[in-house]
Design a protein around this ligand. Structure first.
Ligand code: SAM
Length: 212
């Protein structure tokens, strides 16, 4: 992703405290209540410029979506999309997803989306992959029983690694697709990376994994 320095980004993020949650730890255990008690809570890790989280929020107005993104200069574009779509069911967190348990209580999250996560192809960087065992342990802490992780990627290495990692962890993996766009999935909302790579002819891989 091309990163531009945006010195104004911080101010802009601070101007929308109802959407960009400055102190996410203060919301621990209270995310659903901030929207609608009992609503499903879906979290996208590495939300990028926000096309997916916003598109999903439009299509699923009764679900609360939280997008976590490390880069201020990127999440500010996600904020623009949320404002433009005028949806009430998106919150954004400009933090590192490694700290998820500081922001979400046990059982709080119903689904996690990992979309086109950095593949970290070198073996010595395995621990940085968002489907590495340590991350799965962390997700399990904050996810409801039977919580689901939905993953999409164009990177076959990361996909195969993730399938193995899920299975080794004892998760059930289903709806495995090795070419999503040619298998007629309905209701797919594309991310920015998905549009870019599928337009170049890359197959898109997808699966769903459930904690047992
Ligand atoms: N999901 C978007 C898409 O599909 O278009 C963006 C994909 S981009 C390859 C990965 C994004 O994840 C980057 O914007 C990066 O800053 C973010 N990211 C990577 N590690 C992260 C972490 N630990 N916590 C939050 N965001 C992270």
């Amino acid at each position: 992703m091309r990163l531009r320095h945006k010195p104004w980004a911080k101010d802009k993020l601070q101007q929308h405290p109802d959407i960009v949650i400055d102190d996410p730890a203060s919301n621990i255990g209270k995310w659903k209540a901030s929207f609608r008690e009992g609503a499903p809570l879906h979290v996208e890790i590495g939300t990028g410029k926000g096309q997916f989280v916003t598109g999903m929020a439009v299509r699923h107005p009764d679900t609360l979506f939280v997008g976590i993104e490390l880069m201020q200069s990127v999440i500010v574009s996600a904020l623009d999309k949320v404002l433009e779509a005028d949806v009430q069911n998106v919150r954004l967190i400009n933090q590192n997803a490694r700290d998820l348990p500081a922001y979400f209580a046990e059982n709080e999250i119903d689904r996690i989306y990992l979309n086109f996560s950095d593949p970290w192809p070198k073996n010595r960087h395995e621990k940085r992959r968002l489907t590495y065992n340590d991350f799965l342990q962390m997700y399990e802490k904050v996810m409801a029983p039977k919580g689901e992780i939905h993953l999409k990627t164009d990177n076959r290495g990361l996909f195969e690694y993730s399938l193995d990692s899920y299975k080794e962890y004892g998760m059930e993996v289903r709806n495995i697709s090795w070419d999503l766009h040619n298998e007629g999935m309905t209701g797919n909302v594309m991310t920015e990376y998905e549009e870019k790579f599928s337009s170049k002819g890359h197959p898109i891989y997808r699966c769903e994994a459930t904690f047992q």
